[in-house]
Design a protein around this ligand. Structure first.
Ligand code: NDP
Length: 247
């Protein structure tokens, strides 16, 4: 059976758990060979690779903290060395530190900016060196990159707003090369970072039109579409998958 990402090579940053793991498995199911990065979770990363291999796909895991520019560049080079090229980059690695802005330390601010913004830019620069016509750069931003309905996410939402404008600006520079750049913006998705159970989840669930958290596969489905051939005329777009949170 024809798979729409057959022969494509994809790198997903932060692919050992949560949304990134679901994206890796979905792109592999659609025929791509995938590389994932992680920081601490070597076992979790290895189990994503095994699951993809058991299903007949090819995958590798690379330790690379998105805040470490050399490691991020090396992850791109290792992907190309393993699979021969790079067609799709998914900048998924990201972190949130929910707390009041005034209590946020300089170290925490640096970490948010380094992982969510600087890491995304560095990996993208490295990937563009290898990308050809038809290439796909996909950010995992956030619905709070456009509208923030709750307190406690001030610097996080600012980083995701930066990711949004990075997407829009970059689409203007690489469009002539046939490369698209899009920003997938999840709302509340049940992961270790934002569990659907607990006090923090109550106002988020209530703010959605569908009155529920989203599942990682619902984000992965949109990413697979944006990575595939049918999204060829979509670029510079912010595509929100948030159960209507920003409606
Ligand atoms: P999780 O914390 O559940 O998973 C994060 C994944 O990324 C893990 O595989 C982790 O691996 C890896 N990771 C974390 N930090 C780094 C880093 N510095 N460098 C490389 N890899 C890293 O997060 P989610 O799946 O919930 O979030 C994924 C993305 O989606 C983030 O960008 C987040 O901001 C965004 N998002 C999430 C939402 C949600 O509600 N869950 C809503 C909107 C956006 P390891 O364990 O080895 O560190």
């Amino acid at each position: 059976m024809f798979k729409k990402l057959e022969g494509k090579i994809a790198l997903i940053t932060g692919g050992s758990r949560g949304i990134g793991a679901a994206i890796a498995k979905r792109l592999a199911a659609d025929g791509a060979n995938v590389a994932i990065t992680y920081t601490k979770g070597a076992d979790a990363a290895a189990s994503v690779v095994k699951e993809i291999e058991r299903a007949g796909g090819r995958a590798i895991a690379i330790q690379a903290d998105a805040a470490d520019a050399d490691a991020s560049k090396a992850a791109v080079e290792k992907t190309v060395a393993a699979f021969g090229r790079l067609d799709v980059l998914v900048n998924n690695a990201g972190t949130a530190i929910p707390k009041s802005f005034e209590e946020t330390t300089l170290k925490e601010l640096d970490r948010l900016i380094d992982v969510n913004v600087r890491g995304t830019m560095v990996a993208t620069q490295a990937a563009l060196k290898h990308m050809k016509n038809g290439g796909r750069i996909i950010m995992i931003g956030s619905s709070v990159g456009e509208r923030v309905g709750v307190p406690g996410l001030v610097p996080y939402s600012a980083t995701k707003g930066a990711v949004k404008m990075f997407t829009q600006g970059l689409s203007r520079e690489v469009g002539s090369r046939g490369i698209t750049v899009n920003n997938v913006q999840p709302g509340p998705i049940d992961t270790d970072l934002n569990p659907a159970k607990g006090d923090w989840a109550v106002p988020q669930k209530a703010a959605t039109a569908l009155d529920r958290y989203g599942q990682v596969d619902e984000v992965a489905a949109l990413v697979a579409f944006v990575a595939g051939p049918e999204s060829s005329y979509i670029t510079g777009a912010n595509l929100t998958v948030d159960g209507g949170m920003n409606a």
